[in-house]
Design a protein around this ligand. Structure first.
Ligand code: HAS
Length: 544
């Protein structure tokens, strides 16, 4: 079962852009940890916040979105069938729109016209071309996402009454969530930031802009996570020779993400003075709801691994673990991602807990949290996926040598991230702020307790940069130099004794109604409140 050649080309085009973003964004990351150690100064007047913006935008927004779309296009084509000419055209239009937008936004950051970090909080004001560029990335993603969804809809029409392919269903869930979530940020950029940066209006409502941003921002993190979950649920079981524990459970967890990912953004604003506590309370409850599908996922994966390990003769409480294929990078690399997601997710629950959030908010603990979640659980899964996806799409094979290097790469990554992220967590608890360059704060005693951790971050960050170079070496080999042949795109079957999937799980009309209702309940009152009690607003600042 091969992905259609023409679809492979679109998928690879997305993945190439993602890899360029990885190289540039990773280099920026290395420079940052060096600066923050206090031992290194950036040359040629380059600013710390400029480098931090390159890092956040290229890795957080561009690497992820482009890789996810490359993977999803291949996934839909593999499981629902080759795209039609119209669907393919939509995916290409989406790709070029996103790429043009990326070039515009990156150019402004490199020209030092947009050092506003990846969250682009007002009143920091970037050049309007930066905002327009990001708008094009979002609009392009809508068009490309539609191309993918149309293929799934076509499958449903051609196979009436049947349960659709699980992987395609998951892609549609992710795109639906993305579409609803991006409405918030698109409104912020179109109605607030663009007119303001163009000078059409003088002032902007900061609280409104931040609330609209976070109505998108937390769903964004699940937009990164769900493709990793697709690989964990559907690909990894096949790699280990097992079966999907339950099709129904997998779909249920994705539907829960669709419902609960958007109406939870206020947990990023728990210290925000202008939002009433009752709305924060409601959204914290909804945040705890969005933890449940991750717990379902953990349960399902443990079951898959244990059932397979026992079928291979594993005995005792943990004996089955030994039977898993530890020497196969396609399993080992995402597995490390899963392991790291356990402390990463636990940290998220700490963040979401109202009282504990007071301790960690705006400290570098939060940076430690998202380097475990997105930069390890998700990114390692994407790296692991590349070891079969890239050769599958380029008509080559994963050699033993590359497989071994993939395993070494993942170990380097986990060690580097272990050092960097642990140091960030501890320094955060000691009060070290995030989003700040090195400073001894006028020789303040408390700042001196952070310095050794900042040096540890530089050590970990350097290992991570070596990890990026190693990965890119393997990537280049798999694209152009590995032996020609056929590499499998692994898709597992559902366990024969699993419960039948209830049709209601595919009833998107119902889920969309519930999703819209939840978003309205969680957001309409707070936003009405923010607008009706709006202060004068702020002029733009360019502090860099
Ligand atoms: Fe988060 C801040 C809460 C998950 C990313 N988060 C961030 C930011 C980012 C981010 C980028 O409530 C910073 C944004 C900024 O710039 O300001 N987060 C959560 C919660 C979860 C969570 C409750 N976050 C993620 C994921 C991310 C991500 C996933 C990226 C992909 N986060 C917060 C909060 C803040 C926040 C607050 C704001 C803090 C502040 O004040 O600024 C949950 O979804 C986590 C649930 C996950 C679990 C883990 C399940 C484990 C699994 C693995 C199983 C392992 C196996 C291995 C099977 C409960 C599924 C088998 C092992 C064997 C031994 C066999």
């Amino acid at each position: 079962m091969q992905v259609d050649r023409k679809d492979s080309k679109i998928a690879m085009a997305h993945i190439y852009v993602a890899m360029i973003a990885l190289l540039l964004g990773g280099t920026a990351g290395l420079l940052q940890v060096l600066v923050r150690s206090g031992e290194f100064k950036l040359p040629w007047g380059i600013g710390y916040y400029q480098v931090l913006t390159v890092h956040g935008v290229l890795l957080g927004l561009i690497l992820t979105t482009f890789f996810i779309y490359g993977f999803q296009i291949a996934a839909v084509s593999r499981t629902s069938g080759a795209l039609s000419a119209k669907q393919r055209l939509l995916c290409w239009i989406g790709f070029w729109t996103m790429t043009t937008g990326t070039a515009m936004a990156s150019a402004m950051v490199l020209l030092n016209e947009a050092s506003v970090l990846y969250t682009f909080y007002a009143p920091l004001q970037a050049h309007w071309i930066f905002y327009l560029g990001l708008t094009l990335v979002v609009v392009g993603s809508w068009v490309g996402g539609l191309g993918q969804a149309l293929r799934w809809m076509q499958w449903r029409k051609e196979n009436k009454g049947q349960t659709s392919p699980l992987l395609s269903f998951m892609v549609v869930c992710n795109n639906l969530m993305w579409f609803v979530a991006t409405i918030g940020v698109a409104s912020e950029v179109l109605f607030q930031l663009l007119p303001w940066s163009l000078g059409l209006v003088e002032r902007v409502d900061i609280l409104l802009s931040r609330t609209l941003f976070w109505s998108f921002g937390h769903a964004l993190v699940y937009f990164w996570l769900l493709p990793a979950y697709m690989i964990w649920y559907v690909v990894v079981p096949k790699v280990i020779g097992g079966k999907i524990f339950s099709d129904a459970l997998s779909r249920l967890s994705f539907i829960m993400f669709v419902l609960f990912s958007v109406p939870v953004g206020l947990h990023h604003q728990l210290t925000e003075p202008g939002v009433d506590g009752s709305w924060k309370f409601l959204q914290v409850i909804l945040t705890m709801m969005v933890v449940i599908p991750s717990l379902l996922t953990a349960f399902s994966l443990f079951a898959t691994f244990e059932i397979r390990g026992r079928a291979l003769g594993g005995k005792g409480v943990f004996g089955w673990l030994k039977q898993l294929p530890w020497g196969d990078a396609r399993f080992f690399v995402p597995f490390l991602g899963m392991l790291v997601f356990i402390p990463g997710g636990a940290g998220g629950i700490v963040n979401a807990s109202y009282q504990m959030n007071q301790l960690i908010h705006n400290t570098i603990w939060v940076t430690g949290h998202f380097h475990l979640t997105v930069a390890t659980a998700v990114v390692l899964t994407f790296f692991g996926a590349c070891y079969w996806l890239v050769p599958h799409l380029t008509g080559r094979t994963l050699t033993k040598e590359m497989n071994r290097l993939g395993i070494i790469q993942a170990i380097v990554w986990v060690v580097g991230m272990g050092i960097m992220s642990s140091a960030m967590h501890v320094a955060g608890l000691l009060g070290a702020p995030r989003r700040s360059a090195f400073s001894d704060y006028g020789g303040a005693d408390i700042a001196s307790t952070w310095i050794s951790y900042q040096i540890a971050q530089a050590v970990g960050g350097t290992l991570l940069f070596i990890g990026i170079l190693l990965f890119l070496y393997i990537f280049v080999k798999l694209c152009w130099f590995a032996p020609k042949g056929q590499e499998e795109f692994p898709i597992a079957e559902v366990a024969p004794n699993a419960e039948k999937t209830p049709a209601i799980l595919e009833n998107f009309k119902l889920w969309i109604v519930i999703l819209v209702a939840l978003v309205l309940i969680a957001y309409s009152f707070p936003i009405f409140d923010i607008i009706s009690n709006a202060p004068l607003g702020s002029k733009g600042y360019k502090l860099w």
